[in-house]
Design a protein around this ligand. Structure first.
Ligand SMILES: [Fe+2]
Length: 256
């Protein structure tokens, strides 16, 4: 599996605070079958002209020196589209996912559907492919709105562990899955327990192993290779799945 959204570059944003904390997560990722992760600290279009902060390079050097074997650390950012993008976004090195044409972007939670569509279109116009982080988090997110965002050329990154939650954004994430609108899933790990293997496991349990492999492995690999993604077929989680999931999660908790 490959996790393309994480806040494990230590001490630079609201994610992991220390190298030790990040290494602890990386060890868990390796044990759970993750072979590559992209470090995507928060960044904003309004700060792009100043470049990627030097602190990021120092944190990356410190982390790579201490990282466990068995996992490749790629770099990128999670770019808040807080103002219209300029060509500097394409020219500035280090913003896209592992240097590809794919770029992880986000909005504030209350973004209007059309404003988001316009901003995504601007990114596409630059010749980049926006990968929208956690669309389920935005209040304006509906399957119809997301279908429109995708028709513009954006890809949708669902937060893996959100899929296992109760209502609200979790329900919206599962609706996107049910409509075949997710492209990849990622952990959005902030130095905590958010592992994509959990979601992969339980989607597989629910009869969605084909979709789970596409979301967690094949499509993220295609992004790293700069290739094309495969559409993820609709996955409707069966009634009773959440009850079963809750029980399995409890069992897992007891084992630890
Ligand atoms: Fe994030």
């Amino acid at each position: 599996m490959i996790d393309l959204h994480s806040h494990l570059l230590p001490g630079v944003d609201d994610g992991s605070r220390t190298v030790e904390q990040s290494v602890e997560v990386l060890v868990k990722m390796v044990a759970s079958g993750v072979t590559a992760v992209c470090l995507t600290p928060h960044h904003t279009v309004s700060r792009v002209a100043r470049g990627v902060p030097a602190a990021h390079d120092a944190a990356y050097a410190a982390l790579t020196a201490a990282a466990p074997q068995g996992i490749v650390l790629h770099r990128g950012v999670e770019l808040m589209l807080d103002r219209p993008v300029t060509p500097a976004v394409k020219e500035e090195p280090g913003l896209t996912l592992a240097g590809t044409r794919y770029i992880l972007v986000e909005f504030s939670r209350l973004v209007a559907a059309q404003a988001a569509a316009n901003a995504l279109h601007q990114v596409v116009q630059l010749g980049l492919i926006p990968v929208l982080a956690h669309p389920e988090r935005y209040k304006s997110c509906t399957p119809a709105v997301v279908a429109h965002w995708k028709s513009i050329g954006a890809l949708m990154q669902l937060d893996a562990t959100t899929l296992l939650g109760g209502r609200g954004r979790a329900q919206r994430a599962r609706e996107l899955l049910a409509h075949g609108l997710g492209d990849i899933m990622a952990g959005d790990n902030h130095g905590d327990d958010r592992l994509i293997s959990l979601a992969h496991h339980y989607l597989s349990e629910a009869g969605g192993s084909f979709q789970a492999d596409l979301l967690a492995a094949k499509n993220p690999a295609a992004i790293l290779e700069g290739g094309e993604l495969e559409p993820v077929p609709p996955l409707v989680l069966k009634a009773g799945f959440l009850t079963k999931l809750k029980r399995l999660l409890e069992e897992l908790g007891e084992e630890e």
